[in-house]
Design a protein around this ligand. Structure first.
Ligand code: 13P
Length: 251
């Protein structure tokens, strides 16, 4: 059966020293605890190698926030999936709305990135979600379906089974405005149904679908109580152990 996962996305926050301190404190806070979810932190690229060496990666999974759409070569400033994997990281966030909006990432490009991530044995945490206008005009079901089908539904069932989905409504990211538990369940159930139509019930039932967008210690319990919400992708509240722990413990 699918895993519950609480993953932090640090975005462009924390110097290396601050990041190491945060990762170690989280590792200590989790040590010996019996948890009902996997915990992951996705950090800036330059933190990855040191963070992987500083935590028990069996307790705190480590991931990148992006990877390149090429494996190697003359792509100045880019970081490839094999490079990410070589640090000891096991996850990579792909298709975050900030990457789509500010860096022009398309579904086609994300399909390539996902292919390369899987080839390096990284688990993609693949983000989808609509903007406010699409929520308000009711096209959000179509929007997430298109994101899924254009970027991911070309993969074989065996490949797709390795991907974690994160539904992040763009209007809820960093705004303090969370989707209600009912809104989250409605769209998560739709995402699972869409996966089922393409890959069958077993794969759909085994796919972890995380919610992201202003998730915090006060709303996590209600969101995670939904049958189709299998955890969270957490931005701001993952930057302090005291704020992240209550979300982890909401399971
Ligand atoms: P916030 O939790 O800060 O709203 O960010 C969510 C997010 O974008 C995680 O990827």
């Amino acid at each position: 059966m699918r895993k519950n996962i609480v993953a932090g996305n640090w975005k462009m926050n924390k110097t290396l020293q601050e990041g190491l301190e945060l990762a170690k404190s989280l590792d200590q806070a989790l040590a010996g605890k019996k948890l009902n979810c996997d915990v992951v932190i996705c950090t800036p690229f330059i933190h990855l190698a040191s963070v992987c060496q500083s935590v028990n990666t069996e307790v705190v999974g480590v991931g990148a926030e992006n990877c390149a759409d090429h494996t190697s070569g003359a792509y100045t400033g880019e970081i490839s999936a094999p490079m990410v994997a070589s640090t000891g990281a096991k996850y990579v966030i792909l298709g975050h709305s900030e990457r789509r909006a500010y860096y022009g990432e398309t579904n086609e490009m994300l399909k390539t990135k996902t292919t390369l991530a899987l080839a390096s044995n990284l688990t993609p945490i693949f983000c989808i979600g609509e903007v406010l206008e699409e929520r308000e005009n009711g096209t959000f079901f179509e929007v997430v379906k298109t994101q899924l089908s254009e970027a991911l539904f070309g993969f074989s069932a065996e490949e797709f089974a390795k991907i974690v989905i994160a539904y992040e409504p763009v209007w809820a990211i960093g705004t303090g405005k969370t989707a209600s538990a009912d809104q989250a369940q409605e769209i998560h159930a739709f995402i699972r149904k869409t996966i089922e139509e393409n890959y069958g019930k077993e794969i759909a039932d085994n796919t972890s679908i995380l919610y992201g967008g202003s998730c915090n210690g006060s709303n996590a319990k209600e969101l995670f109580a939904n049958p189709d919400v299998d955890g969270g992708l957490i931005g701001g509240a993952s930057l302090e152990v005291d704020k992240f722990m209550p979300i982890i413990e909401a399971f």
